[in-house]
Design a protein around this ligand. Structure first.
Ligand code: SF4
Length: 370
């Protein structure tokens, strides 16, 4: 590991920009080299890993990535899969639009680019779910093109290193960071450099308590020299999220199957399977008669479960429904990709993409599930 660095503090702005040699030297000794997406590096594997790593820690992503690659080893395999199959492998990772975009982009790559990712940054950025940073990562890591990236780790490193004020979500701050990222990106060993700066952010320049004493950039890092690393990057301005409320009807039939509905592909949890929703518990009886074709016998309300999205809190009132009419046991809709609602057996549940709160509520049912 790097020890405490000694030497002259770098104050010349031109030299301050020259971080690549120090990062690469550090990376050769300390960089992460055994991650699954670093083996057999292809644009497809780098792309899937980059999408999974957005908003998600490396340790969480590894088993998801391995399962995804064994089920969909090529972009063609992903393109030809059903949306349900893709969403099922994504269950638990959250931010499901990422999975739907993966599927859509795989189809586009197969149909419009003959199964090969375009080696052109502008064309990569046109693909669904591929922003400038992901495009830069695919191009630099898998195609050795000189292309900058600016993911969360890199933003943190550069904001501290140059003491860039402001929240990186604001366009003006992001523009400054992009221009620095561009200037730092070297012409040689660009794949290693990309990996190195991401690794530095993930392992040393961490959100809280960065390990500056071991950092290869500490002689010229402005925030470290000023002792104010915690001020950078600037925080997102706080706003109070609105609260929405919904009641989930959690109904099971005599065979222990659960009634689920496939959500529309647009909107929250698009394409995933979830419980029917009503605005309040008083209308559950109507739902039982009209939709499930059975009389409501009893409702048990469980404690409210709060799920927070980026733009609002959703307070979920779980309503466990006991259906009296044995006719409900007879309703048995076929599981197929076209079916939008029905009784889903425990076995069929394994093939459905489910939002996290639904997984949690189904787990709570398990002791009595058939
Ligand atoms: S010296 Fe500290 S704050 Fe600066 S880049 Fe290194 S780890 Fe981050």
């Amino acid at each position: 590991m790097y020890g405490l660095l000694t030497g002259a503090i770098v104050t010349d702005p031109k030299k301050q920009l020259d971080i690549a040699p120090r990062l690469l030297e550090w990376f050769d000794v300390n960089g992460r080299k055994g991650l699954p997406w670093q083996r057999d590096t292809t644009p497809y594997r780098v792309w899937v890993s980059e999408i999974m790593l957005q908003q998600t820690q490396v340790a969480t992503v590894i088993p998801y990535f391995e399962r995804f690659m064994s089920r969909f080893p090529t972009v063609q395999a992903l393109a030809h899969a059903s949306e349900d199959a893709v969403l099922t492998l994504w269950t638990g990772l959250g931010y499901y639009s990422r999975a739907r975009n993966l599927h859509k982009t795989a189809q586009e790559v197969v149909h419009n680019f003959n199964g090969e990712f375009p080696d052109d940054l502008a064309q990569l950025k046109q693909l669904a779910g591929i922003g400038p940073s992901t495009a830069g990562a695919i191009a630099s890591i898998a195609m050795a093109m000189r292309a900058p990236i600016l993911d969360g780790n890199v933003k943190r490193v550069l904001a501290r290193y140059h003491r860039v004020a402001g929240w990186p979500g604001q366009t003006t701050t992001a523009n400054v960071l992009w221009s620095l990222a561009e200037r730092h990106t070297p012409h040689v060993r660009v794949a290693d450099y990309t990996q190195a700066i991401m690794d530095l952010g993930a392992t040393l320049c961490t959100r809280s308590q960065p390990s500056c004493d071991r950092c290869p950039l500490n002689l010229s890092c402005l925030a470290y020299r000023r002792g104010d690393t915690q001020q950078f990057p600037g925080k997102k301005p706080k706003k109070n999220l609105p609260v929405k409320a919904v009641t989930f009807i959690i109904a099971r039939n005599g065979q222990g199957a659960i009634w689920l509905e496939k959500r529309p592909s647009k909107g929250i949890w698009g394409g995933l399977w979830s419980f029917p929703e009503v605005q309040d518990a008083d209308t559950i009886g109507d739902w039982c008669r009209l939709v499930a074709g059975a009389e409501l016998h009893r409702v048990e309300l469980a404690p409210i479960l709060r799920h927070t999205f980026s733009h609002y809190h959703l307070d979920i009132q779980p309503a466990y429904v006991v259906i009296a009419d044995s006719a409900a046991n007879g309703i048995s809709l076929q599981d197929s990709d076209n079916q939008q609602a029905g009784w889903i057996s425990a076995r069929a549940l394994q093939t459905k993409g489910l939002p996290a709160p639904v997984v949690k509520l189904i787990k709570a049912l398990e002791p009595t599930a058939g």
